[in-house]
Ligand binder design. Structure first.
Ligand SMILES: [Zn+2]
Length: 489
């Protein structure tokens, strides 16, 4: 990425001589933002961000989280940035998903060249490598107004008049298309780019900049930005201060440089005859043997995880095809490998509210990072479930029940095997590593919803296999967690 910068400076030198009246919108933007002289910026803002992929149903907007403070330090010269967010959450989460937290949460997200990492809250703790976040964070630098203008100059942007504005377009890193609109005042109004997302593929990230003002010392910048991802707002910030050319000292930690992602690991615990609990990562699955096929519940995270889950299911239940993949719910962490399941030829069993979404998912272009489904192009086979349904081969019964009164998601299907007394459930209750430890307040209503639904449905549950955490649990533990006040009496 450093090569942009050298090229950019050469471009600016030529531009500096152009007379005002003949300036194109891009040249005006260079002048307005003083982009030749800007090598780094610090932006202080507040507003909200949104939990992308965690909407209440697959057609709702992303759930909103308050951002009390947002500070971004960006170096265009070194292609690096450090973004610190202080987010705030009360005792009740907004409707939808997202990792539960309570009170203030500080997140520090860094990128430098090819490396991305998070700085943990605990002082002295090692940086947490975040290689999957690198493209998004790198593109965030080149989609700021100044970054956009610099990258446009450095990457032989094409500029097409659009009324009095110009549509400017170029490629970053040879892989990511960036497009934007600059108005006749030289204001960058809108920037679009696309990042790879395992489910929706080449995902549009669009940022709209407005309310250009003198933010101090003659520095003109937009003071409001709204970003959308896959069509819904993902970030909405009001900018209070911009510092030009602050000192930036971002060094890639050695452990981030040395990091190799661990190989995908799927383990299988036998819960009953023909019933396997597939673990080994952050998100668990189930494989259930039927007379002449296999039912898998959840192909999470991404294609690699999903393929490993499908392979493990076929290893522990040999000589049978995976004919059905049940999706517990549509949240992107649990749905991440769904295209691998579609490519496998499995029928996807899901709540009826997800049908249109999954049919779209089967067709989305994945040009940035092609996956198996982009080669085989299977049409999605979707079998929908209402509130209660079952899969059976005449012998084994797999009941599917939608959790009611559950604000985490409107389409959560829990999986109940009546003969075995096994309940598979994602997200509603994750047993704490230390049995008996209290849940944080926003996690209590989810546990309560699960306990209430088990009661409502009169399920005779002996074992709960949660899709997060590292152990099985029981209805008694869920009920205790759901009623913390009673438990301490
Ligand atoms: Zn979820």
């Amino acid at each position: 990425m450093r090569s942009y910068v050298a090229l950019a400076l050469a471009g600016f030198t030529t531009l500096a001589g152009a007379a005002c009246s003949q300036q194109t919108p891009l040249q005006k933007a260079v002048a307005l933002l003083n982009a030749e002289q800007v090598k780094a910026v610090q932006v202080v803002a507040s507003g909200k961000n949104f939990s992308v992929g965690q909407n209440y149903t697959s057609t709702d907007a992303w759930p909103e989280v308050t951002v009390k403070n947002y500070t971004a330090l960006i170096s265009f010269d070194t292609n690096s940035s450090r973004v610190e967010l202080v987010r705030e959450m009360g005792a009740v989460m907004p409707k939808g998903g997202g990792a539960p937290f309570f009170g203030e949460q500080r997140q520090v997200q860094v990128v430098s060249g090819d490396y991305a990492w998070n700085v943990p809250a605990m002082p002295g703790a090692p940086a947490a490598p975040a290689p999957d976040a690198q493209p998004e964070r790198m593109l965030a630098i080149w989609t700021t107004p100044t970054g956009f203008v610099k990258a446009a100059m450095a990457n032989n942007a094409t500029s097409t008049p659009n009324g009095t504005s110009a549509d400017v377009s170029f490629m970053v890193g040879g892989k990511h298309k960036v497009e934007g609109t600059i108005n006749e005042a030289g204001q960058v109004e809108k920037v679009r780019t696309w990042i790879d997302q395992p489910i929706v593929g080449d995902m549009l990230v669009e940022t709209t900049y407005s309310d250009y003002k003198d933010v101090g010392g003659g520095v003109i910048r937009p003071t409001h930005l709204v970003q959308t991802q896959d069509g819904f707002p993902s970030l909405d910030l009001t900018i209070s201060a911009v510092t030009v050319n602050p000192a930036v000292d971002i060094t890639v930690p050695d452990n981030v440089k040395a990091f190799q992602p661990p190989p995908v690991n799927v383990t299988a615990d036998k819960l009953a005859n023909g019933v396997f609990y597939l673990k080994g990562g952050t998100h668990h699955s189930l494989a259930i043997e039927m007379a002449d096929h296999i039912v898998v519940v959840d192909t999470p995270n991404n294609q690699a995880r999903a393929e490993a889950v499908l392979a493990k299911a076929k290893e522990v239940i040999p000589n049978k095809p995976v004919r059905y993949v049940v999706t517990s719910h549509h949240h992107w962490d649990h749905l991440g490998g769904i295209r691998a399941a579609i490519a496998e030829g499995a029928t996807i069993v899901t709540h009826e509210s997800n049908k249109a979404f999954l049919e779209r998912v089967a067709m989305t272009p994945h040009t940035i990072r092609p996956d198996k489904q982009s080669e085989v192009k299977n049409a999605a086979k979707v079998q929908t479930v209402g509130d209660d349904d079952k899969l059976t081969d005449g012998k084994r019964v797999i009941e599917l029940h939608r959790l009611q009164g559950y604000d985490h998601t409107g389409d959560m299907l829990v999986v109940y095997l009546p003969a075995e007394g096994i309940l598979g459930e994602p997200d509603a209750f994750t047993p704490p590593a230390m049995p008996g430890a209290a849940l944080i307040p926003p996690a209590v209503p989810s546990a309560k919803a699960l306990a209430d639904n088990i009661k409502r449905l009169k399920l005779n549950v002996k074992t709960i296999a949660p899709f997060h955490g590292n152990r099985l649990t029981t209805v008694a533990e869920v009920e205790k967690a759901a009623n913390p006040a009673v438990a301490t009496r």
